[in-house]
Design a protein around this ligand. Structure first.
Ligand code: SF4
Length: 413
């Protein structure tokens, strides 16, 4: 049996997306206004202590989100060489190089939203749970603007999340409180922190439920939709607007499931995406998979904003546990176990690994995982070579051919 690429399929837009655009627009507007009105701004890595920063009244800005915007708008490829010329290698994180390039050139997708650009930080707060690059990235700006850069050094390749590790990370988060209070000019109110953790946990539970609707056959949403829909979970966890948004989206997805409305009309194949998105090619990939009647139903990437451990009754230790459970900082065994669960839960028949040249941390095909999982689960895999932001590292023709051949392989099975 062969599978023919069909003409582009008609897909129904999500009603909720209009609301998401409004929520994200409001977030960016408040960032700019807050900053102009003297509200302190903290830059935070994607799984940095955002709850703590919100509880202390900071504007919280996430440069990785800006990195993704630079990728999705395809501005990144032209900006990266500017950072390279300043000594940041073309081989390191292309979020870092495109973001620094954006700063050096004074160009940002935020300008199209009426902002002058990213807000100037009063403090930069990192967590190295994902990689060392985030700290190096923040240190560039710390030197540039002479602002403090503080954070958490999380151990990596974690197997079991042992108590001493959690206690150490919780201790590091607690140690941030005093310097952050000094910069914020206010004391941490434990009741406020509790309230933020409640909201953050609620956001995470809803986001998880949103993603889990895709366990249904047919799935109501694809990975490519998920990369857009995850915006509020990334930048607004701990804020009521994210909770409100995911309640709306979840209701719509449940209705789609009840009505049998598929994300990919005529869904025949279900696959898992492991690794970073190719931000500049989301639309093209989405169209190709849809034309092959293939739904990318789940991904490690979208799942990375699920923080089941958050507990308002034990904020510091639960933040530590949640931030350490992150897939990216786990051992090969733990990652493999997780992937097995995902394959079963989402009933996928193939796994696609994106080997992102500038992010070894999110490229899990390099230490034999695809071969081990294929032997164990009996489902095939495909490795796509590319990058999150640097499109010079991605061959569209090769990716298209390989995806087509992979779906043929699934059809023959
Ligand atoms: S995890 Fe990868 S993409 Fe994310 S900041 Fe680190 S190197 Fe960059």
């Amino acid at each position: 049996m062969t599978t023919q690429a069909a003409p582009p399929v008609e897909r129904k837009d999500f009603e909720a997306t209009k609301k998401m655009k409004a929520v994200m627009g409001q977030y960016f507007k408040e960032l700019e206004q807050g900053s102009q009105q003297g509200k302190k701004t903290a830059w935070c890595t994607s799984v940095g202590p955002a709850e703590l920063l919100r509880a202390l009244g900071y504007n919280v800005y996430f440069p990785e989100n800006h990195g993704a915007m630079l990728g999705a708008t395809r501005m990144a490829t032209d900006l990266i060489p500017l950072a390279n010329a300043r000594g940041y290698s073309p081989d390191i994180c292309s979020y870092l190089t495109s973001d620094i390039g954006s700063y050096l050139k004074g160009q940002s997708p935020l300008q199209k939203m009426g902002m002058s650009g990213p807000p100037r930080p009063d403090v930069l707060v990192f967590n190295t749970n994902q990689c060392r690059d985030v700290k190096d990235w923040f240190q560039f700006y710390a030197r540039e603007w002479n602002v403090p850069c503080i954070g958490v050094h999380t151990p990596r390749s974690l197997g079991e999340l042992d108590e001493p590790i959690i206690e150490d990370v919780a201790h590091q988060i607690r140690a941030l409180v005093m310097p952050l209070e000094e910069i914020a000019g206010q004391k941490l109110d434990p009741a406020k922190l509790r309230e933020i953790v409640v909201l953050s946990r609620r956001c995470t539970d809803l986001w998880k439920a949103v993603l889990e609707t895709c366990a249904n056959i047919p799935a109501p949403m694809t990975f490519f939709d998920g990369t857009i829909q995850m915006g509020p979970a990334v930048v607004l966890r701990g804020h009521p607007s994210a909770v409100d948004y995911y309640e709306t989206l979840l209701a719509e997805l449940k209705q789609r499931v009840a009505d049998g409305i598929p994300a990919v009309p005529g869904e025949r194949f279900r696959v898992y995406w492991e690794g970073m998105p190719v931000w500049g090619k989301l639309r093209d990939l989405s169209i190709q998979f849809a034309s092959l009647h293939t739904c990318v139903v789940a991904s490690t990437y979208c799942n990375s904003w699920i923080f089941d451990d958050l507990d308002p009754d034990d904020p510091f230790r639960s933040m530590a546990r949640a931030y350490c459970r992150l897939f990216i900082c786990r051992s090969e065994d733990a990652k493999e176990h997780y992937m097995e669960e995902m394959v079963a839960k989402y009933r996928v028949s193939g796994i696609i690994y994106h080997d992102a040249k500038t992010c070894p941390n999110n490229s899990n095909n390099r230490y034999q995982m695809p071969q081990r999982l294929e032997a164990k689960l009996g489902i095939p895999h495909l490795v796509i070579h590319g990058d999150l932001n640097d499109l010079r590292l991605y061959s569209e023709e090769q990716a298209r051919t390989n995806i087509q051949a992979f779906i043929e392989q699934l059809a023959q099975k």
